[in-house]
Design a protein around this ligand. Structure first.
Ligand SMILES: [Zn+2]
Length: 71
C-alpha cells in the first residue's frame, strides 16, 4: 500500500542552497562605512560581498546593487 503521510520530496533545489556555504574571504577593503569583504564559498564557488561595519559584529551581506553608488 502507498502511504499518504509521506512528505513530498523537493526535487528542484538550487545547488547553492543545498549546503551551508563555507565562506572564504578573498579580499577585504576598508571603507568609510566599514570593511567590505569579498567572500567565496570554497565548496560551490558562489561569491558574495559582505560589509562588516564593526570589527566585533558579524558581516552583513550586501546586495548586488551595492555597487550602484550615485556620486
Ligand atoms: Zn556554497
Amino acid at each position: 500500500m502507498i502511504s499518504q503521510n509521506t512528505l513530498p520530496i523537493p526535487r528542484v533545489r538550487p545547488p547553492a542552497e543545498t549546503h551551508e556555504h563555507a565562506w572564504l574571504v578573498e579580499s577585504r577593503h576598508p571603507t568609510s562605512e566599514g570593511v567590505v569583504l569579498y567572500v567565496r564559498c570554497g565548496d560551490c564557488g558562489t561569491r558574495r560581498v559582505d560589509l562588516q561595519s564593526h570589527p566585533h559584529t558579524p558581516p552583513a551581506a550586501l546586495s548586488t546593487e551595492a555597487g550602484a553608488v550615485r556620486g
